[in-house]
Write a protein that binds this ligand. Sequence first.
Ligand SMILES: Nc1ncnc2c1ncn2[C@@H]1O[C@H](COP(=O)(O)OP(=O)(O)OP(=O)(O)O)[C@@H](O)[C@H]1O
Ligand SMILES: [Mg+2]
Length: 241
Amino acid sequence: MAAEAALLVDNITKRFGGVVALEGVSLLVETASITGIVGPNGSGKTTLFNLICGIVRPDSGRIFLNGVDSTGKPPHEIARLKVGRTFQSLRVFKHLTVAQNLAVAGTGMGGDVSGKIGEVLRFVGLEEKQNDEAGSMSYGQQKLLAFGMMLVRDASLILLDEIAAGVYPDLVAKISGMIRELQSKGKTFVVIEHDIPFITNLCSKIVVLDAGKKIAEGTPAEITADQRVIQAYLGEKKRAR
Ligand SMILES: Nc1ncnc2c1ncn2[C@@H]1O[C@H](COP(=O)(O)OP(=O)(O)OP(=O)(O)O)[C@@H](O)[C@H]1O
Ligand SMILES: [Mg+2]
C-alpha cells in the first residue's frame, strides 16, 4: 500500500454566515512535496489553512494528517501532529530580540531548545541579528524570523501563507532555496502565494481556488495553460496591498 499522504482534505465546506468561503474542496498532498495554492483575493486560501490548523471548524468534510483524522481537533492538538504555519500578516514580537522571538516560539517543545534556535538562526541567516529587536529589522528580515519561528517547532507539514509577499526579489529567491532544501530533507509544504512565477518554479502541483471552489489542479505547465485559470486569475493584476 502506498504511504499515507501528508495531508488529505476531503470535500470541505466552510461558511461564515452568508459567505461560502470554501465549497466542496478536496486536496491531496504527498509527503515531501511542495504544493501551491493560488486564487484571487477572498477565494478561500487562508480559510483552507485555518481549517487544517484547527483555527476554524468545517461545516462538512474531513481532514486527515498522515492518515489521522484531525477534523475538528483544536489547534494545540493539530500542532502536536507536526503541522506548522506562517501567517499572512506578520506575527513577530517587535520589542523582543530575534533570539527571544525564537525562544518564545519554542516554548512548550520540552527539553533544551537552544541548540535548535542556533541551528534555525544559521539556517535563515539571522545569526548576526540575534540580539537585535525584531522591530528594528526590515520587513523581509522579519518574515525570515517568522519562518524561523515556525521552524523551531520542527513541523513536518508546513503551511506558508504569503511568506514571499512584499519582500525583495533576492529574499524571495532565498526563501525558495530554503523551502527546497527542507523539502529535500523530507518536509512537506503547502504554499499560498499570489506571485505566479514563484509558485510555478517551486511547486510540483498547483491548486487554483476561485470563490471558494477548486477550479483547477495540476502541474505548473497544466495550470498556466488552463483557460479557466487564466480567466479567473492569471490575467488579473494582483491588488495593491
Ligand atoms: N473568520 C471569518 N469570519 C467571517 N468571514 C471570513 C472569516 N475568514 C474568512 N472569511 C471570508 O471568507 C472568504 C475567504 O477568505 P480568505 O481569507 O480565506 O481568502 P484568501 O483567498 O486568503 O484571500 P487573500 O488573497 O485576500 O488573502 C472571504 O469572503 C472572507 O471575507
Ligand atoms: Mg489569505
